[in-house]
Design a protein around this ligand. Sequence first.
Ligand SMILES: [Zn+2]
Length: 74
Amino acid sequence: MKLDLRSIYRFAPVESDGSLPSGGDIYYECECGDIVSSVSHIAAACQCGNLKGGQGSVRVDDAARVKPMRGKLR
Ligand SMILES: [Zn+2]
């Protein structure tokens, strides 16, 4: 089952100095269009495999293809 986070949160881009921030309200939007929480406690991955999250963190294969976003509940 796939949860579309965009239906729950409103996302706004976060200014980044090149390193990806992380936190409870930070999400990563991959080039493939999927969004994964930066502190995902459930197993989550984007469809292209660039982001693989779980157990409180996300492994990012290519940070250049990821945009950090701040999510606010709608
Ligand atoms: Zn992806």
